[in-house]
Write a new protein. Structure first.
Length: 310
């Protein structure tokens, strides 16, 4: 859990959802009749249907929407290579020969031209976020559950045709995002031309607190890490984004209205998904991932349960 003053969390206390703010003397509840922290929309009770976590942790806020960008070139290349190794082994062997010969990334693994020209994103399912600590059930339709460590930022004001400076000023808080993925399903869906669907929309997760943007170091200087069953499998950084988060949000606002409470993901930090390290999740695993100074997400992975709503 982050120790940044002004951080906001929500917990279930004696059957009631309580919002708390971190002050000098510890976590203090926000009165029901007080303005919501960060001027974000209030959380409707039904948004907590997937929680709380066993320790009472609730979502720190309810995202109004979720745009997930893909800002790290090294993740694009390494994840594409990992996907080929797992599902297209003959093509992966050919690509490996080409890479050893040319000492360059295989062309099909590199981002397309548009990736360099504008921030690329997809719309995720903002309604299926769960808080850290929630057990994650493997969907019944996949044999390839994966995690993805990302930086998430939240805006606190309406934006439309925003400048980069206006977009930067609108970022009120940051949070750790885990974009869960069903890789075997994702490969088929991406070939449809309509982007990810059931491979992404079943569940994502957030760390336990919203951390105020003010006073934080640059968002491109954060350190991230992933552990599976106690073993560190990745350590990375938010450095090297093709576009800043402010540039990405400004792009999203072009001739489009954005609203307070919308969540924007950076895309996966390089090395911080199972495809890249060659280790997907299985029932019985314990997943921990986080950003230093921001927070962490912890999940126990459990077997698929048909009809459970997972």
């Amino acid at each position: 859990m982050s120790a940044v003053l002004g951080s906001v969390r929500r917990r279930l206390v004696e059957g009631a959802a309580v919002t708390e703010v971190l002050e000098d003397d510890g976590w203090r509840p926000v009165p029901d009749d007080a303005p919501q922290p960060f001027d974000l929309p209030p959380v409707q009770p039904w948004r907590d249907l997937a929680g709380p976590a066993p320790d009472g942790t609730l979502l720190p806020f309810a995202p109004s929407s979720f745009r997930d960008f893909m800002l790290f070139e090294r993740h694009v290349v390494a994840a594409s290579r990992g996907m080929a190794r797992r599902y297209l082994p003959a093509a992966a062997r050919f690509a490996s020969v080409v890479e050893r010969t040319t000492r360059r990334d295989f062309a099909a693994y590199r981002p397309k031209r548009i990736w360099f020209e504008q921030p690329i994103y997809y719309f995720g399912n903002a309604l299926t976020f769960v808080p850290t600590g929630t057990p994650v059930a493997v969907p019944t339709y996949t044999a390839a559950l994966d995690y993805e460590l990302e930086l998430g930022v939240v805006i606190d004001r309406p934006l439309r045709d925003a400048t980069v400076e206006e977009a930067h000023a609108a970022i009120c808080a940051v949070v750790v995002v885990n974009d869960l993925s069903a890789r075997d399903v994702q490969l088929r869906e991406m070939r449809s031309g309509f982007g990810p669907q059931k491979s992404k929309h079943f569940q994502s997760s957030l760390s336990g607190a919203l951390v105020p943007r003010r006073g934080l170091p640059d968002l491109d200087a954060l350190s991230g890490w992933v552990r599976v069953n106690g073993e560190e499998v990745a350590r990375s950084t938010t450095a090297g984004m093709r576009f800043t988060m402010a540039e990405a949000i400004a792009h999203a606002s072009r001739s489009e209205q954005l609203f307070p409470g919308e969540l924007f993901g950076s895309g996966t930090l390089p090395g911080c998904c199972g495809l890249e390290v060659g280790r997907l999740l299985e029932a019985g695993d314990r997943l921990e991932l986080g950003l230093d100074g921001i927070g962490a997400i912890v999940h126990d992975v459990v077997a698929a349960t048909p009809g459970s709503g997972s």
